[in-house]
Structures are given as structure tokens and as C-alpha cells.
Design a protein around this ligand. Structure first.
Ligand code: MIC
Ligand code: SF4
Length: 643
């Protein structure tokens, strides 16, 4: 029996476990990336593990999230990360060089290699045939130290692409269509492989848009084959030597197949407040728009920006619209400037932002009250933009640019003539904003610079055999890490200050959550399905740990968050019978009995003393995960293994 593309890459990197669906496997990681919002923690953890020099083939630290410097905090954190990188052997992509996923695709990604990144959109690398996955900072730190990365062997899904996109229909519409079909939890425990003749009609940036937003499906990762198109892209980046051909075997077996005829797609939009709330632009109608934002790791490539510039050329942004554009990297920005397209963008009235995440993570450009904002980004969760009552629509660059001109949601096919974008044969290559680390000889004399913004980690959990704690919070389905630990300009600068962050935890769901936890001293969280979807931020586990959360009990979990909870020493448990979720109310007194024996059997019993009932729970952990929980957290476990 043949293998799928990802099965081949996994087999080449397998360190332990059997490649049977549902079983835990450990894989060797060739490359890592971090960004600054998760990076401070990741490098603190690397330092705490006592790793002198990273052991990967390549590790890169990007500064792209916390670039709004309204106080000393972010600048201090950049300096801290830069100093650790210099000492420990990590390349440092300075602020201004661009968004991690865009830059990594352009300058560092290699087909067939494994990459983990402390950011959920790391699967962008799947656009050039990498097995690229989002992970918690601690997992990335372990991988930098040479440790393997553990995942549950996923199921394989084939998305069979046929036909060709029509003019003004974009790669964004392909992934929105997949989201419409599969939903935000449809990809959990799966790898999505794009195949079929339609693949050859898609450029690398288009493929990367699709794999990027596979994160919104909850998928472990998404991947395209590495073919002639990939080769041409890498050659244009001066990296032809990094190319190799990669594809699935013809007789590879998939657990699920989805067919999409590209020629039947039309412009789509994900309506507030979920990426899978997808409808056709023409069916939504011409709603009035207050803001348009173009950029983010999903849609900020040179080809995206050239399309936007062509639509804006010689025209003016509608008076009711604020148009903000953030090109994804220094390379993109510099090439736009060189070819004159930047002038077209500026002349039309766009507000040009630095090459960074910016509005995507609420770092500026929050819309007006109850504002409607069209964004080429990947997440439209309620409140994420920084304006609690704003409505965010996720769209393609073509829809965004057309709507910025008309002032209402617009199907770009109304513009008439198809766009004719000429891509340059070679990209401008200038890596002068990537600092190389010190040599092993120089490294000992490099000092790691800690600023006052960096505070100690929360104490680890000490696992007890009986845990009594109240149901301190009960939430519904699809709770995102933005609900658990919000981001945005006011909070993000404190990513290395867990006590400070704790006051914002779950604020959107229950504004008294932090106070209630402090008063009770401990608690259980009760959740619905797909709990913890979205970001890879381990803060969504570390802050609850700090607030005394002992276990999170749900109908189901998102992959990265479940791993982060275990890494933080918090048990993720699920209801054996999902209907039991309805029996527990917030405030009920709960007791988890015989925890150690339950860890071994995988069957837990939760006593709801308020209701006088027993509820069976499931927590099937591997021996490694049990040892992490018993050790208190992954850090203690890893240190214990080293000693
Ligand atoms: C996001 O898009 O939510 C982020 C900000 O990039 C996060 C990482 C973080 O919270 O720092 C992600 O996607 O993992
Ligand atoms: Fe940055 Fe937004 Fe991409 Fe997250 S999704 S990495 S915040 S651009």
C-alpha cells in the first residue's frame, strides 16, 4: 500500500511510536520558528532547561506581533529574545523584516523538512511541501534542544482539486470553501493534503494561503506536493538547491476525500464571528463597510499586494472606509516600492502599515464602535480586533480592495476586466535584517539581557489523588484561546508576566473569572466541543494554572491547546457521555477521586456533590503524558530526564 505525502515525511522523521491513526508518535524536528508574543516564554523555557546551543538544522526567531511600542515592554522583550538567539544559535529576524510565516516561506522553508513553530499558522510552510505544525512554546523549546515533537498520528484527508479559478476568485475562496464544508472542528486529528490537477494551477503564495488557514479547520497541518511550481518559486528566491520533488504515492489511501472544482467557486466571505460562517459575497449583499485591512500571514504576499495595487490604481478609497495595508515582509514591501505598485496603493489613500501582524492581533487599527471591517486575515473571533462589538468579515484581497473603493461589500467580478499581474522572475533578496548567532566560541561571552517585564513562571501543579474544586466556569462550544487569554495592544506586551495577564483571563465569558479563582484558590473549567481552538499560545494554559485550575473537562479539545494543558500540568478530560455536560452547573462543588489510578486506567469519576451524582470522564494519556502530569509540567519532566 502506498503512502500519502505526509506519511512519507513522518516516516522519514519517526523517532518513536507506530504510525497508526490515534497513536502518539514522536518525530524529529529539522526547523523551528518562534514569534515574539510566544517567544519570550519559549526562550525563558529554553534557558530554564539549560540548553547551551540549539540542535536543530535551523531555528529562527521572528519579531512581528508586538511591534507596537507604547512602553518599554515590547522593546525589552525584543532585546531579550535577540540576546538569547545570539547566545544559543538561533537566527533573529528583526522587527520590520516581516511576518514569521511569510518570511519563513520566502527565505527558509525546505520541502520535505519538518518545522514546528510557536504559532498556530506555522502550517503555511505546507505550501512548499513542508510538514509544518503549530505548537506550544515549551514544545518548541524542547525541539530546539534536540527533543522530538509528539503528535497523535492523524487521519489523512485528500482535497482533490480540479479545474482552475475564475478571474477574481482567489485561493482565499478555496480555503473558505473547505471551511464551509468541514467547519472549524472538522480538521481535528487530521492532515489535509491538496492534490489533483487543480494544484498545478496554484502558485506557491496561493498554496500557502490555503495551508495557512488550515489552522482554522483545527487540522494538525495541511500540505501541497512539491512540484515544478515549488521549484520555480524557490529558484526565484535564489534557493533552487533547496528543492526536491515530493508527492503522495498513486495508491496512497485516504480516510476522507473532498472534491472541489476550482472553476465553480465564487468570491466568499466568512461572516462574524467564526471562520466557518461562510457565504457567497453576492448573497450577503452590499453591506456598508467602515474599514478594510489587507495583510496578515494569510494574504500578504507580493502577488496578493500586486493584485490589490492593480485594483486601486488610479482610484480613490471610498470616503466612509479606512483602508490599512500591511505587506507581509520587507521583501514584499521593497519590491512593491521598486515596481511602483506602492505608489498606486498610497495614491489611492491606503494607510500603509509596517510589515507585521498589526491589526490581525488587535495591535492597532481597531474598528469604530459596531464597525464593519473586511479583512484578508484568518480569524474573526468576537472582540479579537480590539473593538468588542465590531463585525469582522474574512475575505480575499480582491474582495477587500474592490470593497475599499465602493464602500460596500463588493463582488470583485463586477470590476470587469480580469487582472493581469506580472510576477518578477527573481525576488529581491536582502537578508540584512536576519542576524546570525554568535559562533560557539564567541557565545559564552554573550550576555542574555532580561528586562523588568520578565516575571517568573507560575509554580507547577502538584498532582493529588483527590481534587475537590468548584466548577469555577462553564462555557459552550468552540471556545477560542482568544476567549481564554485575550491578546490585543493593551495585553500582548505582558506575555512574560503571567500574574498581570491573569486579570484578563476569560474576561469576555465571565468578567469575575479571575476574582472567583482567587477566592476559591482552585477550580475546574467545564467546556463544550472544540475547546481551545485557535492560537498556539501556551498562556491560555499557564494563566489558568496560575489561577489554580486543576483540570478542564469538555466534550472535546483542539489539538495544540490540549497539548499545552498537559505541558502546563493541567489535566484535559472529556465526558464519556457528552450529554453529561448539561448536568453540571457553574458553581457546583466537584470532586475528582482516585486520580492516580484513573490516570493509569484512563477512566475518571467526577462527583458532583451539589447534584449528588457521579459523572464518568475519559482521560487517556500516554506514558509520557502521565509522567509529565506527575512531574508537575513538561519543564520539570524535561529537566528530570536531563539530570
Ligand atoms: C494568533 O493569530 O492568534 C497568534 C497571535 O498568532 C497566535 C499566537 C499568539 O497567541 O501569540 C497563534 O496563532 O498561535
Ligand atoms: Fe500574525 Fe495574524 Fe498570522 Fe497570527 S494570524 S501570525 S497574528 S498575522
Amino acid at each position: 500500500m502506498g503512502q500519502t505525502l505526509s506519511q512519507k515525511i513522518i516516516a522519514n522523521h519517526l523517532v518513536c511510536g507506530e504510525m497508526n491513526v490515534g497513536e502518539e508518535i514522536g518525530i524529529r524536528i529539522d526547523q523551528t520558528l518562534t514569534q515574539d508574543a510566544t517567544g519570550t516564554m519559549a526562550y525563558l523555557e529554553l534557558e530554564a532547561m539549560g540548553i547551551d546551543r540549539v540542535k536543530t538544522e535551523l531555528s529562527v526567531a521572528y519579531i512581528d506581533h508586538n511591534t507596537l511600542q507604547t512602553g518599554f515592554e515590547n522593546a525589552d522583550d525584543h532585546r531579550f529574545i535577540g540576546s538569547v538567539c545570539k547566545k544559543r544559535g538561533v537566527r533573529f529576524s528583526r522587527p520590520g523584516n516581516g511576518i514569521c510565516h511569510q518570511v519563513h516561506l520566502e527565505r527558509f522553508g525546505v520541502p520535505g523538512k519538518t518545522l514546528i513553530g510557536s504559532d498556530s499558522h506555522t502550517p503555511t510552510g505546507g505550501g512548499i511541501g513542508m510538514l509544518a505544525m503549530g505548537a506550544g512554546g515549551l514544545d518548541v523549546a524542547v525541539a530546539m534542544g534536540g527533543g522530538e515533537y509528539y503528535i497523535t498520528m492523524p487521519k489523512m484527508v485528500k482535497v482533490n482539486l480540479t479545474g482552475k479559478l475564475s478571474p477574481y476568485v482567489a485561493a482565499k475562496d478555496v480555503i473558505l470553501e473547505v471551511l464551509r464544508i468541514m467547519s472549524v472542528k472538522g480538521g481535528v486529528g487530521k492532515i489535509i493534503e491538496y492534490q489533483g490537477p487543480g494544484v498545478l494551477t496554484l502558485s506557491v503564495p496561493e498554496r500557502a494561503t490555503i495551508t495557512n488557514m488550515g489552522a482554522e479547520l483545527g487540522a494538525t497541518t495541511s500540505i501541497f506536493p512539491s512540484d515544478e511550481i515549488t521549484k520555480a518559486f524557490l529558484e526565484a528566491q535564489g534557493r533552487g538547491a533547496d528543492w526536491s520533488e515530493l508527492k503522495a504515492d498513486d495508491d496512497a489511501v485516504y480516510d476522507e476525500v473532498i472534491d472541489i472544482d476550482l472553476s465553480t467557486l465564487e468570491p466568499l466571505a466568512a461572516m462574524p464571528h467564526m471562520p466557518d460562517n461562510v457565504r457567497k459575497v453576492r448573497e450577503i449583499g452590499k453591506i456598508k463597510v467602515d474599514q478594510v485591512c489587507i495583510g496578515s500571514c494569510t494574504n500578504s504576499s507580493l502577488s496578493d499586494m500586486l493584485k490589490v495595487a492593480a485594483i486601486l490604481k488610479g482610484k480613490k478609497v471610498a470616503p466612509n472606509v479606512s483602508l490599512a495595508i500591511a505587506p507581509g515582509s520587507k521583501q514584499v514591501l521593497s519590491m512593491l516600492a521598486t515596481c511602483g505598485a506602492l505608489t498606486d496603493i498610497i495614491d489611492a489613500g491606503a494607510r500603509v502599515l509596517e510589515s507585521a501582524c498589526g491589526p490581525c492581533i488587535g495591535m492597532g487599527q481597531s474598528p469604530n464602535s459596531a464597525g464593519i471591517s473586511l479583512r484578508t486575515f484568518n480569524r474573526n473571533f468576537e472582540g479579537r480586533s480590539g473593538t468588542a462589538d465590531a463585525g469582522i468579515y474574512l475575505v480575499s484581497p480582491e474582495v477587500a480592495a474592490a470593497s475599499a473603493l465602493t464602500g460596500v461589500l463588493t463582488d470583485p467580478r463586477e470590476l470587469g476586466e480580469p487582472l493581469n499581474i506580472l510576477m518578477p522572475e527573481k525576488f529581491l533578496i536582502n537578508d540584512n535584517m536576519v542576524e546570525l548567532p554568535a559562533t560557539p566560541e564567541e557565545a559564552p561571552s554573550v550576555e542574555v539581557i532580561y528586562g523588568p517585564n520578565i516575571k517568573p513562571f507560575p509554580d507547577s501543579n502538584v498532582l493529588k489523588d483527590e481534587i475537590d474544586a468548584p466548577a469555577i466556569l462553564k462555557v459552550g462550544d468552540n471556545i477560542t484561546t482568544d476567549h481564554i487569554m485575550p491578546a490585543g495592544a493593551k495585553i500582548l506586551p505582558y506575555r512574560s508576566n503571567i500574574p498581570f495577564l491573569s486579570q484578563f483571563c476569560f474576561k469576555q465569558c465571565d468578567e469575575h473569572f479571575a476574582e472567583n479563582c482567587k477566592a476559591a484558590g482552585r477550580g475546574f473549567i467545564i467546556g463544550g466541543a472544540n475547546y481551545g481552538q485557535g492560537s498556539s499560545r501556551e498562556h491560555a494554559a499557564l494563566v489558568p494554572l496560575y489561577l489554580g485550575i486543576k483540570a478542564v473537562i469538555t466534550k472535546s479539545f483542539a489539538r495544540i491547546h490540549a497539548a499545552n494543558l498537559i505541558n502546563a500540568g493541567i489535566m484535559p478530560l472529556t465526558f464519556q457521555n457528552p450529554d453529561d455536560y448539561d448536568k453540571i452547573e457553574q458553581g457546583d462543588a466537584l470532586v475528582l477521586k482516585n486520580v492516580f489510578a484513573s490516570l493509569d486506567s484512563g477512566n475518571f469519576v467526577l462527583v458532583d456533590e451539589t447534584k449528588g451524582i457521579e459523572i464518568p470522564l475519559v482521560g487517556v494519556f500516554t506514558d509520557r503524558q502521565k509522567d509529565i502530569l506527575k512531574a508537575g509540567d513538561l519543564l520539570q519532566y524535561t529537566k528530570g530526564k536531563k539530570d
